[in-house]
Design a protein around this ligand. Structure first.
Ligand code: CDP
Ligand code: MG
Length: 197
């Protein structure tokens, strides 16, 4: 049981804006410094088909992404019907989904598998809130971006938030299987494992 928690895996990607801004090293540094282990890493160019598979079009996922647009609009008093023709989170999520293809194929990305204690939750904490303008200082999104849902979505584009991190363990397993073959994932002990945990 505890061994499983220690060996949890998550998928991290430095998105095209992060790569173009020279933030790969900084992001890897923060992951390694936290005591998490890189077990796979590669730079690659994604296709729109890859991105469509990566972000599920399940109602649940669309509702989650669209819901973030709804709360942004509510916060800034924006008329969703006027701006987007709907206030239905699922339909708004489908719009966001269509913008993600443009964003994530706009340049190379760096994908990695990260392993360690509660890796999914740890990397989510390192990444910070989806909307950089709302992310805490000290997080990757909070320190390196100030893009906001309202600016991005009203410009009909996805929020440029530097990094992707799997949202939960099931999502992580699916995403790792999507982006890496099993022989591209490595196994080794970090020196700290003896001392830190
Ligand atoms: O990446 P994260 O898991 O924090 O957020 P998500 O809800 O799974 O959304 C995936 C990605 O879609 C985000 O990282 C943003 O780049 C983008 N997004 C957006 O542009 N506008 C929204 N209203 C929601 C998400
Ligand atoms: Mg997500």
């Amino acid at each position: 049981m505890f061994k499983k928690l220690k060996e949890e895996r998550t998928l991290v990607m430095v998105k095209p804006d992060g790569v173009k801004r020279g933030l790969v090293g900084e992001i890897v540094k923060r992951i390694e410094q936290r005591g998490l282990k890189l077990i796979a890493l590669e730079m690659f160019q994604a296709t729109k088909e890859d991105i469509e598979k990566h972000y599920s079009t399940s109602e649940e996922n669309l509702k989650n992404m669209g819901g973030k647009l709804v709360s942004t609009c509510e916060k800034y008093n924006i008329d969703m019907i006027k701006e987007f023709g709907t206030s239905d989170p699922v339909k708004l999520g489908a719009l966001v989904h269509s913008w993600l293809g443009e964003y994530l194929t706009s340049g190379p990305m760096v994908k990695m598998v990260v392993q360690g204690i509660l890796a999914v939750e740890m990397v989510r904490k390192l990444a910070g809130n989806t909307m950089p303008a709302q992310a805490e200082m000290g997080t990757i999104r909070g320190d390196f971006s100030v893009d906001s849902g309202i600016i991005a979505n009203t410009q009909r584009r996805a929020v440029r938030n530097v990094v992707h991190a799997s949202g939960n363990v099931a999502e992580a397993e699916f995403e790792i299987g999507l982006w890496f073959k099993s022989d591209e994932i490595h196994s080794y002990k970090r020196a700290e494992e003896e001392i830190m945990f």
